[in-house]
Structures are given as structure tokens and as C-alpha cells.
Design a protein around this ligand. Structure first.
Ligand code: GLN
Length: 384
């Protein structure tokens, strides 16, 4: 009856944990979303556009104003030279951009290199598109890759590599030498890289985000995916950027046109406006998030948790074993939400092979009082 990929597919951990958070009236540090509303001026612009603007089908590849604004944004922040007309497609969120990429670029039997821990949408989409996954596993505490790892997974059948930077769930920002190494393997194996860069605007402590597309040999073989939802703390908007050289974009836009065809034009117009008028926001947003990261880190440490460093994203991780907790991540996370009222994400769900079972992911993109209340409750959860 059903395609095997979907026959037994569980509901995503994000939906499961947010559901449990609602039932148990818990503080939700599981699914990654801020508990604030995003910049008011951008939301006002969307409201104006809904009332007085254009609300019929926009061009399939996206509003020209937004594609121009995205090209200008990536030129300003990342030094990229994207042509708005032939190299940028607007999607209904980054997940649609990922689906369009896999549908357009995977031929049945193609090998696809994936890094564990891996975001949960990748694997079902790769498998449904006919790809054969090959896993490279990054290990705590540093989560770095090396030549041996890449030698073991690249082959003459490698068609695609999927990477995320900064990394959800680990909070790592890829080092330049790791990006350069991956680029070398992509070029040597004539592989295309799908780069999930939705956290590109959220890096801390003076780090500079570098897109894989900017490395030697990668300009023509990279699909760069971005997210207005993450850029503007408006995760429900689902406006994504799908960027690639013209030949790739033809196929990607072909897949996009029969997935969603287009994305709500008032939201596109508001994002275009936001990209052009948010220099202050882009400077202040990561600083505010870094302060929230520090607040949650210090709070958790004060009640006995071993917190791992976070260099970007909305997330930090807790080493449960090093915190003296002898429970696996999944049962601890279930107990924390049901008995102590804090939802979190067990990191083992981000693995297909041999997961570590002692790491819990928490979202710190929350108000101070939310974080403080969560710390108090988690302090009790640690004591059993
Ligand atoms: N990206 C979000 C996270 O990692 C989840 C998004 C979703 O649930 N679709 O928490």
C-alpha cells in the first residue's frame, strides 16, 4: 500500500516533544524556535502586504524583489556573487528546498554521503528519492571530520554530499580546514554538495560563517540552502532560499514547481524588505542569543550539569553521563518533560548507526525567565 520509507516512519521527535510539552504544560526547550515574535517592522510589513499588497500566485521562482535582496544579502555577508535571476529560487522553507534538491539531483542508486549526527528530515528524503546513504560519524567532544572518515564513505558512485553548517544539533561551526577538506573530496569525486546553511546568521563569539560554495572548485557544484525563518526568528513563516549555479537551478526549480509551486507573496515581500532594512537586527540578534546561551549554560552548570560548548544555532548540548546521570537520553528526556515540565531533544535521534545515548539538546532561544524556570526544573530532574 505504502512506500516503505513512509510505512513505519515515526512522527518527528520535534512534533513528539512539542506535543508532550503541550500535554504536560512544560517549558519547551525541545523544538528549536524562539519564544519572542521576531522583528516587529518585518511583521508589520507582512501585515501591510496582506491587506494592501499582492496575494495571488507570485512567479514560481519567487518575487524578483526577494531574489534580488537575497543575492545582495549573500554578497554583503558572505562575499558571494549569486545572480538573482538564474541562481536563486524561493521555497516554502528550507525543508522544501532540501526535498527539491534530493528529488532533482538523486538518480536511483546514487550514493549520498551524510554526516551523523544528522537532521531527521534528510534520510527519509534521500531514501525516497532513491539515494543510497553512506554515513560518516562525527564524534564528541569535537565533532571534527578527517581524511580516514571521508576515504571510507566516498566512492566512484558518490553523487551528493549533505552537510549542515553551523551544525544542528551540536552547535559546531565548521572549521575552515574541514570545509576545505570536504571541498577537495567533492571535486575529486565530481560530487554535488547540498549545504543546509539555515543557521548561517547565528554564529557566536566573533566567528565568521563561510559558505562551502566559496571554496575552490565548489561554486558550480554547491546547492546552498538558507532560511528567512531562522534569519528573522520567524520559524513558522517557512520562506527558504535555494541557491545554485544556473544549470543546477534549472533542475531544482523544476522540482520546486511541482512541490509547492510558490510561497506566500506577502511573506516574501516582507522578507525582501527585512533583508534590506535589518542591519541592526543582524548585528544584535546573535549577540542576544549568545547571552541566552551563556545564561542557560551558567544556570545548568550551577545545578550540576555538564554543558558542551555551542558556537552557533539555537542549541546547546548537555552531557548526561558527565552530569552523573546514568539514564539513556531518551528516557531522561521523557522523564524531564513528563515529571519535571521541561521538553528537550535526545541527540540519539540524530543517528542512524551507533548513536551516543548520553547527550540532550536544549534550545536557548528563549526569554530569560523561561530559561531560569527551566534551569530550576532541570535541577530537580537531575536529582531524580
Ligand atoms: N529545525 C528545528 C529543530 O531542529 C525543527 C523544525 C521542525 O520541527 N520541522 O528543532
Amino acid at each position: 500500500m505504502m512506500h516503505p520509507v513512509y510505512a513505519n516512519l515515526p512522527v518527528t521527535i520535534f512534533e513528539e516533544m512539542s506535543g508532550l510539552a503541550r500535554v504536560h504544560d512544560a517549558i519547551n526547550l525541545g523544538q528549536g524556535f524562539p519564544d519572542t515574535s521576531g522583528p516587529e517592522a518585518v511583521r508589520r510589513k507582512a501585515a501591510e502586504e496582506i491587506v494592501g499588497g499582492y496575494n495571488q500566485y507570485p512567479p514560481m521562482r519567487g518575487l524578483p524583489d526577494l531574489r534580488r535582496a537575497a543575492a545582495a544579502h549573500y554578497a554583503r555577508f558572505q562575499g558571494l556573487d549569486l545572480d538573482w535571476e538564474t541562481e536563486i529560487t524561493i521555497t516554502s522553507g528550507a525543508t522544501e528546498a532540501l526535498a527539491a534538491s534530493f528529488l532533482a539531483l538523486i538518480k536511483p542508486g546514487d550514493e549520498v554521503v551524510l554526516f551523523e549526527p544528522l537532521y531527521d528530515a534528510y534520510l527519509p528524503l534521500v531514501r525516497r528519492a532513491g539515494g543510497v546513504p553512506r554515513f560518516a560519524t562525527l564524534k564528541p567532544p569535537h565533532w571534527r571530520l578527517d581524511r580516514d572518515m571521508l576515504d571510507a564513505v566516498f566512492s566512484d558512485r558518490t553523487a551528493l554530499v549533505v552537510m549542515v553548517n553551523p551544525v544542528n544539533p551540536t552547535g559546531v561551526v565548521w572549521r575552515d580546514e574541514d570545509l576545505a577538506l570536504l571541498a577537495q573530496y567533492c571535486v575529486a569525486h565530481d560530487a554535488v554538495a547540498i549545504c543546509d546553511e539555515v543557521w548561517e546568521q547565528i554564529v557566536f563569539d566573533g566567528r565568521v560563517f563561510k559558505p562551502l560554495m566559496s571554496f575552490p572548485g565548489m561554486r558550480e557544484r554547491t546547492v546552498k540552502i538558507g532560511s528567512a525563518g531562522k534569519m528573522f526568528a520567524l520559524t513558522g513563516w517557512k520562506v527558504g532560499f535555494l541557491c545554485a549555479a544556473p544549470e543546477l537551478t534549472k533542475g531544482l526549480a523544476g522540482a520546486h514547481q511541482f512541490l509547492t509551486f510558490s510561497t506566500a507573496p506577502p511573506l516574501q515581500a516582507a522578507v525582501a524588505w527585512g533583508l534590506e532594512n535589518s542591519a541592526d537586527w543582524f548585528a544584535s540578534m546573535p549577540l542576544a542569543l549568545a547571552r541566552s546561551r551563556d545564561r542557560l549554560t551558567e544556570g545548568l552548570r550551577s545545578v550540576g550539569y555538564a554543558v558542551m560548548p555551542s558556537e552557533g544555532t539555537y542549541f546547546l548540548n548537555v552531557d548526561l553521563a558527565a552530569s552523573g546521570i546514568n539514564e539513556d537520553d531518551h528516557s531522561f528526556c521523557l522523564r524531564a518533560v513528563k515529571e519535571h515540565g521541561v521538553a528537550s531533544i535526545p541527540v540519539s535521534v540524530f543517528y542512524e548507526t551507533d548513536p551516543p545515548r548520553h547527550i540532550m539538546r536544549l534550545c536557548f532561544a528563549k526569554r530569560d525567565e523561561t530559561l531560569d524556570a527551566a534551569v530550576e526544573r532541570l535541577g530537580k530532574a537531575r536529582r531524580g
